[in-house]
Design a protein around this ligand. Structure first.
Ligand code: G
Ligand code: G
Ligand code: MN
Ligand code: NA
Length: 254
């Protein structure tokens, strides 16, 4: 409760900020995108993880305002990077179920993109299997409308939830994010190797790409490359970075 109260003020007081974790293509070894991750430095509570405060924000309704702030901030950042001559990248934003279920989300995001002057293909929205499968018909419609506006969609933590393959085929998504729980022991665990192979083959057979999360070692990277995974994200490549450091990271590799 106290945390919820502090969170209410956090936004106005500028205690929230975003960090950007680079995403690398394994086909041409270049940076193709980033995932925007929310951080909260509370003077009272210290650094609070989004894993802790997002559920609170979802239950007390603050998530709508916070989610809108995240989208606006990411688009302003993308516009600034484009103006500064950075190559166009796609930034992925985590959506909460509350946001995804808002009927006017596609129109709202479309308006924010126009106002910011950012090509829709620079924005990717991350959904979870649970969000997609709770009401698959409504979710499919929402995805279609986002897709029609040129916004990219991915399924986060893929493989940990429950998704019907028949629905997966009908969802307008571009990418599956292989959950880090399958990546951790991929060097030695035959089950994880089989799962990664299956996800990559499933994705490719449907014309989707794959990104593996939580890649920390060269061995994990080699295993994923061998299995045809398209992109990686993780500490091996880079931690999530503040905007200025992310820009430096990209420039150093241009
Ligand atoms: O970065 P970290 O591992 O601490 O993130 C923990 C969790 O918080 C992850 O599940 C991530 O998806 C979620 N998260 C991070 N940033 C955002 C955000 O901007 N919006 C939402 N809804 N979730 C976020
Ligand atoms: O649920 P979601 O996939 O959105 O959350 C991604 C989370 O994973 C972020 O909180 C991010 O900080 C974390 N993360 C990113 N790279 C790594 C990594 O290489 N190892 C571990 N353990 N966590 C990572
Ligand atoms: Mn994510
Ligand atoms: Na994930």
């Amino acid at each position: 409760l106290a945390l919820g109260h502090a969170l209410k003020q956090a936004q106005q007081r500028g205690e929230l900020h975003l960090v950007y974790q680079p995403q690398m293509s394994l086909t041409n070894d270049s940076i193709v995108g980033a995932e925007a991750l929310l951080r909260w430095n509370s003077p009272q509570w210290g650094a609070v993880s989004p894993g802790e405060f997002i559920p609170i924000a979802e239950s007390n309704g603050l998530i709508v305002g916070i989610g809108e702030w995240v989208l606006r901030s990411v688009l302003a950042q993308l516009r600034a990077w484009l103006d500064q001559g950075l190559p166009p990248i796609t930034v992925a934003v985590n959506l909460s179920a509350v946001q995804f279920n808002q009927p006017d989300l596609p129109e709202f995001v479309g308006r924010l993109l126009e106002e910011a002057g950012v090509p829709p293909s620079c924005l990717e929205l991350e959904l979870t299997e649970a969000m997609a499968m709770k009401n698959p018909e409504a979710a499919a419609q929402q995805m279609r409308e986002l897709n029609q506006r040129g916004i990219r969609l991915s399924i986060d933590d893929f493989g940990t939830g429950y998704s019907s393959l028949s629905y997966l085929k009908r969802f307008c998504i571009h990418k599956l994010k292989i959950d880090q729980s399958f990546v951790r022991d991929i060097g030695s665990d035959a089950d994880d190797q089989a799962i990664a192979t299956a996800i990559v083959q499933l994705a490719h057979s449907m014309g989707l790409s794959t990104i593996a999360e939580g890649v920390e070692t060269a061995e994990q990277l080699a295993c994923l490359r061998y299995r045809g995974c398209d992109e990686i994200q993780g500490y091996y490549f880079s931690r999530p970075l503040p905007p200025a450091q992310f820009e430096q990271f990209v420039r150093a590799r241009m």
